[in-house]
Design a protein around this ligand. Structure first.
Ligand code: ADP
Length: 529
């Protein structure tokens, strides 16, 4: 059976998500599975360059697995030494009450049963999109319990969503071959969808070789004259071919969608019109509480508008490539122009652009910021010369008040991404529960009313929790051996009204009224939707 690349990505994402949320044992199982899948994929690849790249990816996954195994071993040692209280009171049976412990993540199970790596488990609870290529370097300042955050500045208690974990969990392991950026493509929505469908189909049909050969023939950035390693890093980690998020995946936010379409699509369709005073926006800033869908919107722009998507977080620019950062910014824009129409998405831009001269401003980030300003100025003059070859900077922030004035001026369009409306919350529930069976007593309109003040990410958490309640009840008191014998169908139980009630009682909203007031005040002063 042909191995699907999107499945490998999906399972890698799950492995990392499990690792980042502390489920090291489960992560290990997924990692083993991915290594096996790549192994099987390798047997079907004849092209030596492509083989070598996949071997590299396999090695990387194996290394990550080793690291996760290392953590598991340390934890086992600590447990054996009695340093950690056994949450289940020393018993090996699963106790439902253990899930109620306030200090314990209810989603953290004990060790999963060992699995035959050839029998790939279908994830049953967490909804993921298959085939979503994901980035390698992310900062996770937005909150959550990320263990991989080495560089981000944690700020207070803001942003309690787990979205950052999700995002981080999805680090990219794809080889460069799969990430060859598209050359300038048509702006029609159907283009990107067609590409995706074709991609899925050809993978299933075992025709991926042909497709990739075709992509290899596409226009490629010539690295001569540039730091080759940096170019490769950008193509590998930052260029996303098809983020696979569609407008329909995003609930609510109609105005933001319309605005983004207008800012990106129209200039590509009507280049002659978007000249002079009507030149395209060089930058759009999405402002709003964490977990409201800003990153999703950026990905949807790239998917739906068929632009080449450069996905970079401020921490990538300032920390990992310290010393190389200005070069990286320069190259980023150079490549974006080459692959235009392009969207450069800079997440958490505030951490790059804290007010100039402020005590927190480091020399390195000051230089990066200056380079960014220069490059953004360059965008408009370049687009004057070549209308239609649009490069747009799309930035997101949860802390707009921290943004440097010079940069704020260049992010000409500043739009607010609010908490979901009542209608939006219901749509979000429907999106999140697409693959879950609901009991007849569940009224999503009522649930949506109760979720007032919750962000999109909070609502996703509530749905996730509610959809796991029945499973938790089912395995309560069971021994691991018994759980192992349960069929998937026995755990895939419908979600009831009570499950939502319990989940709601456990998951609090992450955005306070005080925060909302602050956003409103900033938007009144600087907003420009
Ligand atoms: P932000 O970038 O604003 O912090 P994200 O775009 O990363 O937020 O969203 C985090 C998660 O919250 C998403 O992965 C998704 O599950 C959920 N989410 C938030 N807003 C929406 C929305 N409008 N529609 C669908 N899902 C959403």
């Amino acid at each position: 059976m042909a191995v699907s690349i999107s499945e490998i990505c999906e399972n890698t994402k799950l492995a990392r998500e499990m690792a980042l949320t502390g489920n090291y044992e489960t992560a290990g199982v997924y990692y083993q599975g991915v290594v096996q899948q790549i192994h099987r994929l390798l047997t079907s690849i004849n092209d030596t360059t492509r083989r070598a790249k996949w071997q590299q990816v396999q090695q990387q996954i194996a290394n990550e697995y080793e690291q996760v195994k290392g953590i598991t071993n340390i934890l086992q040692l600590l447990k054996a030494d009695g340093h950690l209280d056994r949450p289940l009171g020393g018993s090996t049976s699963y106790n439902f009450s253990a899930f109620e412990e306030p200090t314990r993540d209810p989603d953290v199970w004990g060790p999963p049963p060992p699995r035959d790596p050839d029998v790939w488990p279908a994830p049953t609870v967490v909804e993921h999109k298959s085939g979503t290529p994901v980035r390698t370097v992310r900062n996770t300042r937005k909150g959550g319990t990320d263990t991989g955050n080495k560089t981000g500045t944690l700020r207070g208690t803001r942003g309690g969503s787990t979205s950052a974990n999700k995002k981080d969990a999805g680090r990219n392991t794809k080889g460069k071959v799969e990430q060859t950026p598209r050359s300038a493509r048509g702006a029609k929505n159907s283009d990107s969808k067609d590409d995706k469908e074709k991609g899925d189909k050809s993978e299933k049909d075992g025709e991926s070789e042909g497709k990739e050969e075709h992509e290899e023939e596409e226009k490629r950035f010539d690295p001569s004259g540039y730091d080759r390693e940096l170019v490769e890093m950008l193509e590998r980690d930052i260029v996303q071919k098809d983020p696979n998020i569609h407008w329909d995946d995003i609930a609510d936010l109609h105005q933001a969608k319309r605005l983004l379409e207008e800012a990106v699509v129209l200039p590509m369709w009507m280049p002659d019109f978007f000249k002079g005073i009507r030149r395209p926006w060089r930058g759009v800033l999405m402002v709003g509480p964490p977990g409201t869908g800003k990153t999703m919107l950026a990905k949807a722009v790239a998917t739906e508008c068929g632009t080449t998507f450069f996905n970079v977080s401020s921490s990538t620019l300032t920390s990992k490539y310290r010393g190389e950062s200005e070069k990286l910014v320069r190259l980023l824009f150079e490549m974006a122009r080459f692959y235009a129409p392009s969207t450069i998405f800079i997440d958490e831009i505030d951490s790059l652009c804290s007010r100039r001269g402020s005590a927190s401003e480091h020399e390195a980030s000051r230089r990066v910021k200056s380079e960014l300003l220069v490059q953004m100025d360059g965008i408009s003059s370049a687009s004057e010369g070549e209308p239609g070859k649009v490069v747009m900077v799309l930035a997101a922030t949860n802390f707009p008040w921290d943004i440097d004035e010079a940069l704020r001026r260049r992010l000409e369009k500043r739009i607010y991404i609010p908490l979901p409306s009542n209608e939006g919350r219901e749509a979000l529930l429907k999106i999140n529960l697409r693959e879950v069976t609901l009991c007849d007593d569940v009224n999503l309109t009522d649930v949506a009313v109760k979720l007032e003040g919750y962000s999109g990410a909070d609502i996703t958490n509530v749905c996730r929790d509610a959809s796991m309640m029945a499973m938790r009840r089912k395995i309560a008191g069971m021994k691991p051996e018994q759980i192992k014998l349960l069929a998937k169908e026995e755990l895939d139980l419908p979600v009831s009204h009570m499950d939502f009630r319990d989940a709601l009682a456990k998951c609090n909203k992450s955005v306070s009224q005080e925060d909302l007031d602050k956003y409103e005040q900033w938007m009144n002063e600087f907003g420009s939707a």
